[in-house]
Each structure stands twice: as structure tokens, then as C-alpha cells.
Design a protein around this ligand. Structure first.
Ligand code: HEM
Length: 109
């Protein structure tokens, strides 16, 4: 089966049954194996394990971004690739927004 067909087969490609979750850095890092591989691109997290064997650049290249933010690597190699459409069915969710530490006075003072 080719990749496009697999994405249209109705198979659950994230293992989350279509549910979208907020992903923390910690959680992202945990998914760094070939058969459980999440990659973040521009704030969106994808489960790329089902895509692994279809990636034209090979599994090892894809694994360089495993469990991390692959935006820079992705852009260095192929900015033009339409990953959003290709990996639509692999979307796990968004990165959770990190609480920022205020540098000014605490608001209550
Ligand atoms: C996660 C989403 C990714 C998707 C959907 C994706 C998709 C693709 C596609 C469609 C191609 C063929 C491009 C073409 O022939 O013009 C390709 C090639 C390639 N990709 Fe990816 N890729 C992804 C991530 C990455 C990452 C993170 C890396 C590097 C660390 C990478 C490295 C490569 C390389 C080296 C090639 C071969 C380029 C060549 O030989 O011309 N890819 N990828």
C-alpha cells in the first residue's frame, strides 16, 4: 500500500483514536523510538512511526528528529514539502505552552 492510501484507509495512525492532546516537552522526548516516534514541526506534534518506511529520505534521517522539534532539520532539507497534508492523520496535537517566568515585579505587588 502507498502512503496516501494508508492515510485514507481509516486506520488509527496516532493510536489516539482521533483525539488531539497537548504535548509537553517531557512527553515528546519519551516518543523517540522507531515504533513510537513523535516529531514536532512548527508547534504541531506528529506520530511519524507509520510514515517511517515511506519516508523518501529513509528511516535514519527521519529518526534524527525523533522525540524532538524537527522544524529546523525539516526546513534545512525540504522546506517545500507539504507535511501538514501528508501527516494529517498522524497529528497527535499541539505543544503545550510553557508557562513563562515573569521578569518584572510579581503582579500582586
Ligand atoms: C516529519 C515530516 C517529514 C516529512 C513529511 C518528510 C517528507 C519527505 C519527502 C516527501 C521527501 C521527498 C522530497 C523530494 O523528493 O522532493 C523527503 C526526502 C528527504 N527527507 Fe524528509 N520528511 C520529513 C522529515 C524529515 C526530517 C526531520 C529529515 C532530516 C533530519 C528529513 C530528511 C530527508 C532527506 C535527507 C530526504 C532526501 C532528500 C533527497 O535525497 O533528495 N526528512 N522527505
Amino acid at each position: 500500500m502507498d502512503w496516501i492510501r494508508l492515510t485514507k484507509s481509516g486506520k488509527d495512525l496516532t493510536g489516539l483514536k482521533g483525539r488531539l492532546i497537548e504535548v509537553t516537552e517531557e512527553e515528546l522526548k519519551n516518543h523517540n523510538k522507531k515504533d513510537d516516534c513523535w516529531i514536532c514541526i512548527r508547534g504541531f506534534v506528529y506520530n511519524v512511526s507509520p510514515y517511517m518506511e515511506y519516508h523518501p529520505g529513509g528511516e535514519d534521517e527521519l529518526m534524527r528528529a525523533a522525540g524532538s522539534d524537527g522544524t529546523d532539520l525539516f526546513d534545512q532539507v525540504h522546506r517545500w514539502v507539504n507535511y501538514e497534508s501528508m501527516l494529517k492523520e498522524c497529528l497527535v496535537g499541539r505543544m503545550a505552552v510553557k508557562p513563562t517566568i515573569s521578569k518584572g515585579k510579581p503582579w500582586h505587588l
